[in-house]
Write a protein that binds this ligand. Structure first.
Ligand code: MGD
Ligand code: MGD
Ligand code: SF4
Ligand code: MO
Length: 732
């Protein structure tokens, strides 16, 4: 039975997502304009979140006229969230970039490309390969990401490139690599349905992944659903238990649970013995996390801690752990993600239906970026520093090995720091809007304004970053170009071109090809001639890696089979049956990707977050998603009239009523939110969904990151967006 999650949220005053999921017609969605009748249907994958829903695009004379969710796609079975339903309408917006803009003035492509190449070449020639960088995205097709990475690094000779996935998935990548030996999220969405206990930690899928939440609602095992989140969220209201943890105390909680599981006999000794390393040391370390200490550090009572560990122990027998940005964005994020992995390993909850230590990805192609963006890793999850890997990739791509750099790029924050120091002089942003979304925004914008050359390649010319750019390259968006995405469960899906891009906007793929031509490295990338040709090159790059996809017979197989989860080796392909291979998880044989095939227990002592409350800044500000109708910096979702109706009219700070009394603030009143870095004025919503001393702002307002404190996990270099000290002042 499907129930409506948002409706259980009594204090929720916004639009009801669930209404739209269940009754789209009420909102005028999915209806064919009366003067048009579709003559064909194309199958696509949604280009917003990492759920990767299948959409049917209805065509008239080869052009899209509307869409409906695909009932046959093994991800969403006919449902879509508001963003998916509105994916076509956001393409028609008056601020679409239709011409290249040079210093804000329209120019033709020839002028733009010459200007791009002249400036990049001058900077690289004068200052060396580290002087220019690209920053890409989890939101274009992975064939395009790979072409960008190959063009910039192998063709143009740039050393540094990273992406917005640093803001998002870097922690999960670092955690999995060290614990499992490869960046390998093990789950499949069927695990939502096959679990007895689902533990969501720092994740709010009712808002951020609504169709994954629909999969949870299909679970027929009467599961215990546990949400660990400092706030009372839509997801926690729909769960069976909510643990309103003190912000950023997850590490203590997770070690405390390990302590209790060991104490109360909840281990799976056979699994630990056969498939892991380092448990003895971890057990000795966890002995220091007795419930008294953990209760004091997390704000959760000893009774509730014991209940939680008992629930995991008696998981009847399947327990799955799911995490997102509440974990990935933190000052000790990698160790926290690994503390979740440790719980799954010690209880043997991995590689079986309904189990796993499962990081949910964010953007439609975050997973594609992790494997194929050629930024942190060499194409296909390889290591730039490894000479054998460079040889292999040279062979697979036809690029001479001496053009492949022997060192990885700087991380995003290090590139920005280098720009501040003046060693990076040019940055090329593709499909990301960091003047809004990067942490400590005033500082970021100050540094961006110092650059000799700032290029933005985007669908819209009005983004905060595009407004600061010397050169804007107009890009086609989802639906206006073809290629593949990889969703959270490692499923590769294909998305076709179903309409023309406006004006002179071009697919990122074509922009990269043109730049290669103008730069003079077109011949080097000769084989990278179409998205599908690049797909074949990337298949070769994946050979013998955990993400081996050499068994896929081109786009046709991806389209016909409802997507293909990686890996699919040539051997596996001989037995591939689309019907019986709809859901696959990793580690069913207990063999991991480390050199001895054992998973590793990794741990470290918890430390206090770098920015603490003080008398001057007494509140903790958390940030994250607002509603299911809003996407990040709202360049796309802000353009739909329907989504606009589902979005609060203005920014609202969630504040506890007890704090409002002390501050003398009314519900709906205005306050100033002040940090050491900046301030903004906002309306207040009084709600006990936040605890006293804690406040929340959605990230979609362009001012919010003026407040956020820039601290970074040392292993993943992912920013911590969810812990800043603020002061609240009444404005009257
Ligand atoms: N509608 C919509 N959906 C989206 C997106 C969007 O912009 N809009 N973005 C997509 C992307 S790229 C991503 S990465 C995902 C993000 O998906 P989520 O991670 O689910 O979303 P967030 O709201 O950023 O954060 C999740 C929760 O972490 C909690 N949290 C904050 N601090 C802590 C803490 O210290 N500990 C714990 N345990 N929890 C904490 C917050 O209260 C919040 O409810 O969403 C994807 N889906
Ligand atoms: N305070 C706070 N800040 C956060 C977060 C948080 O929780 N709190 N979360 C962080 C996370 S997890 C993420 S992922 C980031 C997201 O941050 P951003 O990546 O900056 O967010 P988007 O708005 O998705 O930006 C994508 C840009 O690409 C453009 N675009 C879309 N499709 C295409 C295309 O096909 N081609 C081209 N060339 N352009 C295209 C869009 O118009 C948009 O300008 O934000 C981070 N920032
Ligand atoms: S849940 Fe994600 S993939 Fe599915 S329709 Fe919504 S935004 Fe698109
Ligand atoms: Mo993200």
């Amino acid at each position: 039975m499907i129930t409506a999650p948002a409706m259980t949220f009594r204090e929720w005053t916004g639009p009801l997502t669930a209404d739209l999921v269940l009754e789209p017609a009420k909102f005028g969605l999915g209806q064919v304009p009366s003067h048009l009748v579709p003559d064909a249907t194309a199958k696509a994958i949604c280009g917003f979140c990492s759920t990767g829903c299948g959409l049917k695009i209805h065509l008239k004379d080869g052009e899209a006229i509307n869409l409906t969710p695909d009932p046959d796609y093994p991800v969403n079975f006919g449902s879509a969230c508001p963003k998916g339903w509105e994916a076509l309408s956001v393409l028609d917006a008056p601020d679409r970039a239709t011409m290249p803009l040079l210093h804000g003035k329209p120019v033709d492509w020839d002028t733009a490309l010459r200007f791009f190449c002249d400036n990049m070449r001058r900077i690289l020639d004068q200052h060396g390969p580290g002087a220019a960088a690209f920053l890409s995205t989890g939101q274009i097709m992975f064939e395009e990401m790979a072409l960008l990475g190959a063009l910039a690094k192998f063709g143009m000779g740039m050393l540094h490139g990273d992406g917005n996935t640093r803001q998002c998935m870097a922690t999960a990548v670092a955690a999995y690599k060290e614990s499992f030996g490869f960046d390998a999220p093990p789950f499949t969405y069927a695990d939502f349905e096959e679990s007895d206990v689902l533990v969501f930690i720092g994740a709010n899928p009712c808002i951020a992944h609504p169709i994954m939440w629909q999969r949870v609602l299909r679970n027929k095992r009467s599961p215990e659903i546990i949400v660990i989140d400092p706030r009372t969220t839509e997801t926690s209201m729909a769960a069976t238990r909510h643990y309103a943890i003190k912000p950023k105390s997850d590490l203590a909680l997770l070690y405390g649970l390990a302590h209790l599981i060991i104490r109360d006999g909840g281990l799976d000794p056979a699994f630990i013995e056969a498939h892991t390393n380092g448990f003895e040391e971890f057990a000795a370390f966890a002995a220091g996390f007795a419930p008294e200490r953990v209760s004091a550090e997390t704000g959760i009572s000893i009774e509730r801690l014991i209940f939680l560990s008992k629930t995991i122990i008696s998981g009847k027998p399947r327990v799955s752990f799911w995490w997102t940005m509440g974990i990935n964005q933190g000052h000790q994020a990698t160790r926290t993600a690994q503390a979740i992995i440790n719980l799954a390993l010690m209880t043997g909850n991995i590689g079986k239906p309904g189990t796993g230590a499962n990081s949910i990805t964010g953007q439609c192609n975050a997973m594609g970026s992790r494997l194929f963006s050629n930024t942190t890793n060499l194409l296909g999850g390889h290591d730039f520093r490894d000479a054998m890997h460079r040889e292999k990739i040279a062979h697979a791509t036809g690029i001479p090995v001496e053009r492949i750099p022997g060192q990885p790029s700087l991380a995003y924050d290090q590139i920005i720091q280098a720009a501040d120091e003046g060693t990076v002089k040019a940055i090329w942003f593709v499909a990301t809007n960091p003047s809004h979304s990067w942490v400590d925004q005033n500082e970021m914008n100050r540094i961006l304004d110092k650059l000799d050359f700032l290029v933005v390649q985007d669908m819209y010319c009005s983004t905060e970053t595009a407004k600061r750019a010397h050169l804007v390259l107009p890009a086609a968006g989802w639906g206006e170009k073809e290629g593949c995405f990889i969703n959270s469960e490692r499923r590769i899906g294909h998305s076709p071109k179903v309409r023309r891009a406006p004006g002179q906007a071009l697919a990122d793929f074509h922009i990269f090809r043109l730049i290669a031509q103008y730069w003079g490295c077109g011949e080097l990338l000769r084989e990278w001639s179409s998205p599908e040709a690049i797909f074949r090159i990337l298949q070769r790059c994946s050979e013998n890696q955990p993400c081996d996809i050499t068994g896929i017979h081109g786009y046709e197989m991806v389209r016909q089979s409802g997507g293909v989860q990686w890996p699919l080796t040539a051997d596996q392909a001989s037995t591939f049956q689309a019907s019986s291979w709809k859901e696959r998880r990793l580690f069913e044989d207990g063999r991991f990707f480390t050199s001895d095939q054992r998973a590793k227990f990794v741990f470290e002592a918890p430390e206090a977050p770098p920015e603490q409350c003080s008398a001057e800044y007494p509140f903790i500000l958390m940030t994250g998603r607002g509603t299911s109708a809003q996407w990040h910096t709202e360049t796309r979702t802000g353009k739909s009239a329907i989504l606009e109706k589902m979005t609060p009219a203005e920014l609202m700070l969630d504040l506890h009523p007890a704090d409002a009394v002390t501050l003398g603030v009314r519900d709906g009143g205005k306050v100033r939110v002040v940090t050491k870095r900046g301030e903004l004025t906002t309306k207040v919503r009084l709600t006990s969904c936040v605890k006293p001393g804690e406040v929340y702002l959605p990230m979609h307002d362009p001012r919010v990151n003026q407040l956020t404190h820039a601290s970074f996990d040392p292993h993943s270099r992912q920013p911590s967006y969810k812990h800043s000290a603020v002061r609240i002042e009444s404005t009257h």
